[in-house]
Design a protein around this ligand. Sequence first.
Ligand code: KIV
Ligand code: ZN
Length: 512
Amino acid sequence: MTERRIRIFDTTLRDGEQSPGCTMTAEEKLLMAQQLARLGVDTIEAGFAAASPGDFESIREISRTVKGPMIVSLARAKAEDINAAAEALKGSPRWGIHTFIGSSPLHMKHKLKMTPDEVVANAVRAVEQAKKFTDNVEFSPEDATRAEPEFLVRLLGATVAAGATTLNIPDTVGYTTPHEMHELITRLVNEVKGADKVVFSVHCHNDLGLAVANSLAAVRAGAGQVECTINGIGERAGNASLEEIVMALKTRHQFYQVATGIHTEHIFQTSRLLTQLTGMAVQPNKAIVGANAFAHEAGIHQDGMLKNPLTYEIMTPESVGIKASNLVLGKHSGRHALAQRVEEMGYTLSDEDLNRVFGEFKRLADLKKTVFDEDIEALVNQNTGGWQGRYKIHHLNAVSGTDAIPTATVELEVDGKIIRKAAFGAGPVDAALNAIKEITGSACKLTHYQVNAITGGTDAQGEVAVTVEEDGLSAIGRGTDLDIVMASAMAFTTALNRLAYRKLNPRRKAAL
Ligand code: KIV
Ligand code: ZN
C-alpha cells in the first residue's frame, strides 16, 4: 500500500500574523517565508492581499522571491478580494487563491445577513472567478463545525462543481472535538458530490486546546491537508501547531501511516526565528520546541536517560534540530547524573570522593534552582583534596541606611590566615567588595554584576553572578544567600579564587 502524503499548509504569515503581538514587517515576513520554504511546507499562506497595502506588497514580494512552496492569499468571496489576491500573487511560479464565506447559521444570519441560498451563490461566484486566474482554488466554509452538515454537503458540492480543488473545513472558533471532527470529515468525504476529485483540508483553532487533536482526527478520517502555524500562533488561543502535528505524524507513523514533506530537523530553528521576529515567547513546557521539551531534572528520569534515552524520550532532540537533551542538575538529580557531568568536565573521582561531592551537591541544590558547572567544579575542588581556594569568607557585617555611610567589615581566611578589614562604598555591596579587595590586594575589575531572585517574595534567595578581570584573565563567580550582600561577597570571592587558580595553573585556563 502506498503511503498517503499529507500536505502541510502553513498560515503563520496570515492567520498567525493577524493575532495580537505577532505583527511582522514585510522584510520579517519574507525572512520567515524563506525559512518555511527551507522547512519544506507545501503551501505558504502569505497574507490577505485585500486587507491592507502592506499585506498586498508583502505577498507580492514573497511571490517573487520564495521558491518551492505554493504561495496563497486569503480572499473573502468578493470580486475585489479575489482580484487583489491574483494581482499580488501573479509573480509566483506556483500560486493559489483561498476564498471563504461564513457557513453556520450564526455567521450567515448575523455577520453576512444572507440566506443559505445567497451564501451558496456567492461562494460559487467567488470560486468561478478565482478559477479564471489559477487552477489552485481552495474554498473554506467558515465556522464549518457549527454549520448544519446537510448545508455543508450542499455548499461544498456546489463549489467543487464551480472548480474548487481543495475543500478546507475550518473549526473557526475551536469548538469541535476529535470524535466530532472525525465524523464530520468522514461524512463530507462520503457525501459531497465530486469529493473524489478534491483534497480535503482542515483548519483548527485552539480555544479548547484541541486544535492538534482535531487536526489529527481529520487526517485519520481522510483529510489530505492540514493548515497550521509555527509555535501554534494565531487568533485568540492560536491555530494548530505545525511542529506538533508533524512530529505526531512522524513519531506515531505506525498508527497514522502517512508522510509529510517537512524536514523536521529545521523545526527548532524555524520556531526560534518566529520568536525573534515577533517577540512572542514560547512557553517552556510547549511540546517539541519549548525550553523544557527535552530537559530532564527528575533523578529517576536522568538515570533512565543515561541508560537509554528511549526510556523518557519518544523522539530525539536532533530530529527537530535541537543539539542534545539537557540534563538539568538540580535538587531532583541523582548520583548517576552528577557522576556523568563530573566525568564530562574531565574529573575522575573515586567512589568515596563522588559520595562526598554528591552529599554537598544535594545540599547546594536545596538552596539553588539550578546547579551550574562552575558550582560543581567548586564542589569537586573543595571535597577531593583538589584546589581549596585561597580565600574563604568567615564573617561579614554591612551597615547602610538613610543617615549612614555604607560600610562593610569583612573577615577573610587568606591561605589559612584570618584577616579583617572595613571599607566604605556607594552601597553595602560596594563596601563589602571594597573590603574584600583590600584584604586580597586584588586590582581586578568587576566587569559584570547581576542579581536574580530565585523565588518570588521578599524572602527570596538572591543569586548573584559576577565576572572579574585582571591581567588579561577573567573568571566568573556565583553566590546564593538570603542576604544579597552576602551572596555578592560569596560570588566575588569565588571569582577571585578562580582568578588565583588560573594564575597558578595556566594550563587549566580554558576549563575554568
Ligand atoms: O479560522 C477560520 O475560519 C479561517 C478561515 C478564513 C479559513 O481562518
Ligand atoms: Zn483561522
